[in-house]
Design a protein around this ligand. Structure first.
Ligand code: NDP
Length: 448
């Protein structure tokens, strides 16, 4: 990783020393610190109060055993995590990820990102993240339910409407949130709607929450293009993944007149020159819980490429919406070569540092996840508002609130980048605006 500003490099080395083997966490910290040189020069009070070392150390880290019984009667053991990273702005807030690759370093990278993303929304939420190395793929509904119940049997004592409010992430959607909420309700004997977000519409959920991350990412791209006097109409777009974020990004892209030519899952990608048939993708992924390969069997002009990189498909706009480090330097070079003008991260940290550098050198507009995908957590905060007031808002009202939040984040990124002498640099704008907001709150609350 490149050398940082001389004041920040020793702080980063301390993070490496204190958190060995947590590569993704190191990468996320480096990415933020890389933007903060001008900030520490302008604000010596942050260094005096050790704000950066304090932000790099989670307030609390919980690791627990999750035993459960599979359909064949076999006892299975997984590991559960919740990292409560920072609560200067509000209760810890961030999703749960169920995926076999989950370990402490992944949860900490996601929790660290979440602090600044949540600050950027302008809503009163701190940062946290959790999950498990449980793999829901191929598991029956009954197995997923037993796992979720066991997971919540430990987690419930650490969370609450005013303490820590988890939501979904990879492998955790409406089904899992339902089982988790049911077990929380049973153990506590409280209908505490505000303890989890991403709930079903009939039992405390918010309209637009399911769509929010994907829609929000597209609203952000729309703002980027508008600022360049352009629009999404007729643009060719490649979206990676075919989960929650990808599906609703595709939906909003199509509503705004873009043509989505490819999407993927962890097995490979599909290219459809006629534009992706979203109803078919939803049916395959949301209802059948099957593989994206099936898509090509059911659409005459579509093709499936097993493995390989979806970023080889030419496009004007690229939205990585699957997972961390899924778009590397070579992928970025291919996108640039093929004329891509805008890249926005629907996923968390999907672009490697080399990829981000390649985009920057080529003049491609690059929107980092902590700004571009903040619509999900923002709408979770709107769900909490509705729960607290025992109210529910219409789809139109909630979507307009989301669109307004995304416009504000876009504006804040650009004005902050300008203020610190880096016009058009969304990464610098997002990191600095998010950081200074949290840093001022941490400073005001004293050494706690
Ligand atoms: P889902 O589980 O709904 O979908 C994930 C998608 O990414 C699937 O298509 C999956 O393919 C693919 N994928 C997962 N892991 C890998 C991998 N190792 N390699 C290649 N493809 C992979 O998750 P979400 O859509 O909710 O999350 C996607 C990203 O967006 C994550 O980075 C998440 O942190 C981020 N995010 C999500 C938010 C939300 O509200 N849900 C909010 C903000 C960010 P397969 O089906 O084959 O596993």
């Amino acid at each position: 990783m490149s050398m940082l500003d001389e004041k920040l490099q020793p702080m980063f080395e301390e993070v490496l020393r204190r958190n060995p083997g947590e590569d993704e966490f190191h990468q996320a910290v480096h990415e933020v610190l890389d933007s903060l040189g001008p900030v520490v020069a302008k604000h010596p009070e942050y260094a005096d109060a050790a704000i950066i070392p304090r932000l790099c150390e989670p307030e609390r880290q919980i690791i627990f055993r999750v035993p459960w019984v599979d359909d064949s009667g076999q006892v299975q053991i997984n590991r559960g995590f919740r990292v409560e990273f920072n609560s200067a702005l509000g209760p810890y807030k961030g999703g749960l990820r169920f995926h076999p690759t989950v370990y402490l370093g992944i949860v900490k990278f996601l929790g660290f990102e979440q602090i600044f993303k949540n600050a950027l929304t302008g809503l009163p939420i701190g940062g946290g993240k959790g999950g498990s190395d449980f793999d829901p793929k191929g598991r029956s509904d009954a197995e997923v339910m037993r796992f979720c119940q066991s997971f919540m049997t430990e987690l419930y004592r650490h969370i609450g409407e005013y303490t820590d409010v988890p939501a979904g992430d990879i492998g955790v959607g409406g089904r899992e949130i339902g089982y988790l909420f049911g077990q929380y309700k049973r153990i506590t004997n409280r209908y505490e709607s505000g303890v989890l977000t991403g709930k079903g519409i009939g039992w405390g959920g918010s309209l637009v929450r399911t769509e929010a991350t994907g829609y929000g990412t597209v609203f952000f791209v729309d703002e980027i293009l508008r600022s360049r006097g352009d629009s999404l109409d007729g643009k060719k777009v490649v979206v990676s993944g075919s989960g929650n974020v990808a599906i609703y990004a595709i939906e909003k892209l199509q509503q705004l007149g873009a043509v989505v030519v490819a999407c993927s899952d962890s097995g490979g990608y599909v290219v459809d020159p006629d534009g992706v048939d979203l109803a078919l993708v939803k049916d395959i992924k949301e209802r059948r819980r099957s593989r994206i390969a099936v898509y090509a069997d059911e659409r005459p002009r579509a093709s499936y490429v097993e493995g390989g990189s979806v970023w080889q498909v030419p496009c004007d706009v690229a939205l990585p919406c699957a997972t961390q480090n899924e778009l590397n330097g070579n992928d970025a070079a291919a996108l640039v070569r093929n004329g891509c003008q805008v890249v926005a991260e629907g996923a968390n940290m999907p672009c490697t540092p080399e990829a981000v550098r390649t985009f920057s050198e080529a003049g491609v507009s690059f929107a980092p996840g902590k700004a571009a995908n903040a619509g999900g957590v923002a709408t979770s905060a709107l769900e909490m508002q509705q729960n607290a007031s025992r109210d529910s808002w219409s789809f139109e009202h909630t979507e307009e609130r989301l669109a307004e939040i995304m416009r504000n984040i876009h504006h804040r990124c650009l004005t902050t980048a300008d203020e610190y002498g880096q016009p058009g640099n969304y990464s610098a704008g997002a990191n600095i605006a998010g950081f200074t907001q949290v840093a001022d709150a941490v400073l005001a609350l004293g050494v706690i």
